[in-house]
Ligand binder design. Sequence first.
Ligand SMILES: Cc1ncc(COP(=O)(O)O)c(C=O)c1O
Length: 372
Amino acid sequence: MKQEVREVPLSGPYLGGREEELVLEVMRSGRLSLGPTIDRFEELVAERVGAPYAAAVSSGTAGLHLLCVAAGIRPGDEVITSPYSFAASANCFVYEGGVPVFADIDPRTLNLDPAAVEAAVTPRTKAIVAVDIYGYPCELDALEAVAARHGLRLIQDSCEALGAEYRGAPLGSHGTSCVFAFYPNKQITTGEGGVVTTHSEEEWRLVRSLRNQGRGDEGGWLEHVRLGFNYRIDDIRAAIGIGQLEQLDEILALRSSVARRYDELLSGIAGVELPCQDDRTHRRSWFVYVVLLRDGATRERVIGVLEREGIGYNRYLPSIHLQPYMRERYGFGEGMCPVSEDVSSRSLALPFFTALTPAAQERVAEVLAITV
Ligand SMILES: Cc1ncc(COP(=O)(O)O)c(C=O)c1O
């Protein structure tokens, strides 16, 4: 009997029996936290992304926050970041009193425009948080050059980009400190979780201390050498992460074929702009599939039909500077970052996950073909 596709979710994890096995091992071992499974997970992530050091944390946001603490961001320091990202890309330094300065994005890649970053530097600028949005690598060389010219710290928010490559090498391997995140809509998941990767042993030791209540390398459980946080991951989640990492190549390949199928199904539809393609320098790790429609009204019309059809979607991504708390606290408003604001008004995330079926994708394409 032909099975009709009913609901199509926006995203979902790709989990197999291996994760269950590894979780059971941890549960039976009795080492649920601060155990060897975390060390193993960190070694595997470090190896995979080509960074000498990795520290697992409770979320991507926690990892970004710790890199901001490590960068010494203090109240009043300006930090330049992308307005077209998830709120945590800015929140991570606002927690430390850093002042957000949003530089506009490139309309093709949707990542920070290095010229706009350069123009946003002031004597108060302390750091840049560069995002690899939707798994597409940011302009790392140009941003590193801006950072070096002005003596700024560069933090890479690679939360959406595990497995992406820049100039033929994985993100994480280029020398910047990166954060990868593992919420269930990401390429791999630990439920909640993240990893900081770094090329500095000193920064790695500091992040490990900060995530663990500021405890030192020596000293006991009740000695706190600095103000720290509880941003630890636990061994159960690390076990899920190991099981997921073992399948990363397969997962990335499947996600690439899902994206290619969308490219084929949607490329003929006038009024639907597809995500930018890879080139010699940038290789995307597919996180979400976001299209640009003509305008906000078209987007709402498409959303109406998707809702009726039980097909998942989201208005990825609102510009961070226009979030209510940002407007209220800093007085930000429309017109600050025109490219980001335009993209935010008409971008739409379609269902996208590792096991998405061709039949479901065809339904999504049909909706777009008849609605835009
Ligand atoms: C670009 C970006 N930065 C940061 C985060 C925060 O990660 P987490 O949800 O694990 O805290 C996310 C997660 O969605 C993200 O997409």
